[in-house]
Design a protein around this ligand. Structure first.
Ligand code: PSU
Ligand code: MN
Length: 306
């Protein structure tokens, strides 16, 4: 184990004994949701993982220490800091945050790197980053990371604030399989389908575990993306979401919002424009993905022991 990592004892024990562990990210806590909904959601995701029999490991950087398995207190403290006091940590930012002893929230890319260092194979989140609309060179580091780090990421597709066809193309270029669980189209985050076909479609956590185990046996070094649609009862109308997304994206453009600030800005504005309805879908899909991640990790534990 890399000596730079601080593991919660529960997480260390689970990894030592081959028990199922699910990594969870922290950028959605610090930059994706407002306080205190952020903390409630993070804890609800942990509870959903536990219900499946797996151990949750929320990952962040606390005063320069990469921490795998935050306590509820640590989650609350991180979430209560002013946003400017927490670095949004993708691959490029990890060494900076550690070296300068900063607080950092890990993105999908940052969380994949740390999960892999810790030996965690499954990671659940909301939506991955992707190619930004109108800015085909603003490609989230999440997509590149999926191409180079062997962690299975459970998500609700890419956020529909992105250019989804270009995002799928970039994933193909990176060699990342996009596997639908109970769906044969890419989910569009707030809504269940983007209409864009993906392949294969699987139905069970056991099938997901079989693919992950095969990737490991083959020595594949890339990640795997599992796409799970938002639960039906929490789905937010695609047309309403689309209108809000277009407005928010135009505002970001007009206000000169750039780089790492684009995604948090657009998520926040879409929630405001839709009077919180998009946020309800966001929270529901996060908790659902945590549950599915737990089921996959438990199925993977069974494969490893057979
Ligand atoms: N999913 C959410 N809320 C979020 C994010 C994902 O429901 O805030 C975060 C993730 O951490 C993801 C990041 O890695 O947004 C992508 O940012 P960017 O587009 O700047 O790469
Ligand atoms: Mn970007």
């Amino acid at each position: 184990m890399n000596p730079e990592l601080t593991l919660a004892s529960e997480v260390a024990d689970a990894l030592d004994t081959g028990r199922a562990v699910v990594a969870l990210e922290s950028t959605l806590i610090t930059h994706g949701l407002p306080y205190p909904a952020s903390v409630e959601t993070a804890l609800a995701m942990e509870a959903a993982v536990r219900e499946t029999g797996a151990v949750p490991a929320t990952i962040a950087i606390l005063e320069g220490r990469i921490t795998v398995g935050l306590s509820p207190d640590q989650i609350d403290r991180l979430a209560s800091l002013p946003r400017g006091a927490v670095r949004k940590c993708s691959r490029r930012d990890l060494a900076v945050a550690v070296g300068l002893r900063e607080n950092g929230a890990t993105t999908v890319a940052g969380t994949m790197i740390v999960a892999h260092m810790a030996g965690i194979q499954v990671f659940a989140t909301g939506g991955i980053g992707g190619v930004h609309r109108g800015h085909p060179f603003d490609v989230s580091a999440d997509l590149i990371e999926l191409g180079r780090t062997p962690v299975a990421v459970v998500c609700a597709g890419a956020k529909s604030i992105l250019d989804l066809p270009l995002t799928l193309e970039a994933l193909e270029t990176q060699g990342v399989p996009v596997i639908g669980i109970g769906t044969d189209t890419l989910p569009a985050f707030y809504s269940r389908s983007s209409g864009l076909p993906i392949d294969p479609r699987i139905e069970t956590p056991q099938q997901a575990a079989a693919v992950i185990a095969a990737a490991r046996r083959l020595g594949m070094t890339h990640g795997l993306l599992f796409a799970v649609p938002v639960p039906v009862e929490a789905e937010f109308s695609a047309t309403a979401a689309e209108a809000a997304i277009q407005q928010a994206t135009a505002e970001a453009e007009a206000q000169g919002v750039r780089g790492r600030d684009v995604t948090p800005f657009v998520l926040k504005r879409v929630a405001e424009i839709t009077d919180g309805q998009s946020r309800r879908a966001n929270v529901a899909l996060l908790v659902n993905n945590a549950r599915v991640g737990g089921q996959i990790a438990v199925a993977l534990e069974a494969v490893a022991q057979s």
